[in-house]
Write a protein that binds this ligand. Structure first.
Ligand code: FAD
Length: 462
């Protein structure tokens, strides 16, 4: 009987917009979180904001829940469909307007891929400084709904910092258009913030005005071997004060990650010959290629002299920059090297990072002998990635027990259970570890005010 309202939806909105039954494509039946595929009640593929509004109004009338879908690359299960809800994919809303070079911004529909926004910015000599590995598939709507991060957050901030204006459709079909192009607008509440990072639970984003940046004229990098986390944090302080805004990435690899991945992928360049307590990739980029690259060399030289860095390689060419990044960027090969894994995206105050890594790596070895956990991440942002092997087949629910251990250990160190990927369904049981009861109550109050029938992405986040 549940199929009945979906058929009404199809009859009212038309077969071009609504697909039901077996005709729903496989790609819309699961996201990349690893959850098993599920056929949603129906798939709605709007072409315009008005289509989204009509679909939400009708879904409200019919009592149908809606799961918004972008590129489906999310890792927390937030866009994963459910059998009792309609999936609404923005895949046909991909238009990007010509770049406004004077105001350094571009208007894009929510279904445009991150790669398409990069290409549009690049053609205008500008850069959209939100970037991540899934750029070819993930979309503007998904990036903004998860407040995505990436490797240049240390300099440019998370996705939230790149949004000037937004258009969203509320659960009752109301279109809220805040297509602001100004950097400053304090006329009342900044409503767009409601939709940024709320994982499709408060509204459906249909377009955004994205802030672009001038394209740096050079980018260079160094790979540093440090004795330990204390030395790496000293290096971070030196790089921040010595490079100022030139510092564009500060990424760490613990020996667990470095040794596992370099052994598993022997063809990857390994620029530092010796062994170190921590490996750091420092990137500097700027606008004066004749003078500014020397600043990285100078700060690095001072750090070596002070004993903060044990050994370092400074890239002399674009090729060498790529070589220095290769190991840090090998994360797509986790499965190939480690077998079945669970990926954790943790936030932690920088000064607690070392203790947290020790507790996680020792804890997993002690509780699950034979399984390995590796640590790496955006050290400059206090964002630790921890990837751990899980038993093949996972017959005894080890994944859940492992997640419980990881999240409890992280929050005991003052950290949070999600720095980038969001809560979705996978982290929902542990939200209370990272947010106070008052914070969760306020989230529920906002949800009830914006979506009183609870039809938008139910069961996700809260
Ligand atoms: P989806 O997965 O489709 O959806 C994600 C969430 O947004 C869901 O809650 C969905 O309901 C909601 N949503 C989607 N579109 C809309 C919309 N228009 N309106 C309202 N809600 C919507 N994340 C990082 O932060 N940093 C990284 O460095 C990073 N690297 C990654 C690398 C890889 C290889 C992969 C696979 C993922 C990575 N991610 C990273 C995860 C990241 O969250 C997603 O890749 C991306 O931001 C999600 O975009 P998407 O379009 O695929 O969204």
């Amino acid at each position: 009987m549940a199929e009945e309202p979906a058929r009404v939806l199809q009859a009212r909105l038309g077969g071009d917009l609504v697909i039901v039954g077996e005709a729903i494509p496989a790609r819309n039946r699961q996201d990349w979180s690893g959850l098993p595929p599920v056929r949603p009640l129906a798939l709605v593929r709007p072409r315009t904001t008005a289509d989204v509004a009509a679909a939400l109004t009708l879904c409200g009338e019919l009592g149908l829940s809606v799961v918004p879908q972008g590129g489906l690359t999310g890792l927390a299960g937030a866009a994963h469909p459910t059998a009792d809800a309609v999936a609404l994919s923005l895949e046909r809303m991909t238009a990007i307007e010509p770049v406004d070079a004077t105001l350094s911004c571009v208007s894009a529909e929510a279904g445009a891929t991150l790669q398409a926004v990069h290409d549009a910015a690049d053609a205008a000599g500008l850069v959209f400084q939100v970037d991540l590995g899934a750029r070819g598939s993930c979309t503007v709507g998904g990036n903004l709904s998860t407040n995505a991060g990436g490797i240049r957050v240390i300099r440019y901030g998370m996705a939230r910092a790149h949004v000037l204006g937004l258009q969203a459709v509320l659960a009752d079909g109301t279109v809220v258009s805040s297509m602001n192009r100004m950097l400053k607008n304090n006329a009342g509440y900044d409503l767009k913030q409601l939709f940024l990072g709320s994982e499709g639970t408060l509204g459906i984003i249909t377009r955004a005005i994205l802030r672009l940046q001038p394209r740096p004229r050079f980018s260079t990098a160094a790979l540093c071997g440090c004795r330990d986390i204390g030395a790496a944090l000293d290096l971070l302080r030196r790089m921040r004060s010595g490079l100022g805004p030139l510092l564009s990435a500060f990424e760490a690899m613990w020996p667990s990650f470095h040794d596992t991945m370099s052994t598993g992928l022997p063809k990857l360049p390994r620029p530092l010959a010796g062994r170190h307590g921590l490996y750091v990739v420092v990137e500097a980029s700027g606008f004066d290629p004749d003078h500014e690259p020397a600043r990285l060399e100078r700060v690095l030289g001072e750090a070596i002299e002070a004993g903060v860095v044990e050994d370092a390689v400074l890239a002399q060419s674009e090729r060498e920059v790529a070589d220095l990044w290769a190991l840090r960027e090998s994360v797509a090969d986790f499965q190939a090297v480690m077998g079945p894994v669970a990926n954790y995206d943790l936030g932690v105050p920088a000064d607690a990072t070392g203790a947290l890594v020790e507790a996680l790596e020792a804890g997993i070895a002690e509780r699950w002998p034979g399984l390995v956990g590796v640590s790496f991440g955006h050290l400059g942002d206090g964002n630790l990635h921890f990837t751990a092997q899980i038993p093949d087949g996972d017959a005894h629910g080890a994944h859940h027990a492992l997640s419980d251990f990881v999240y409890r250990t992280t929050t005991a160190h003052g950290g949070t259970i999600s720095a980038e990927h969001g809560i979705g369904t996978l982290k929902k049981p542990w939200l209370g570890l990272a947010r106070t009861p008052a914070e969760i109550t306020l989230m529920r109050t906002l949800k009830a005010a914006l979506d009183p029938k609870g039809i938008l992405n139910p069961g996700k986040v809260l």
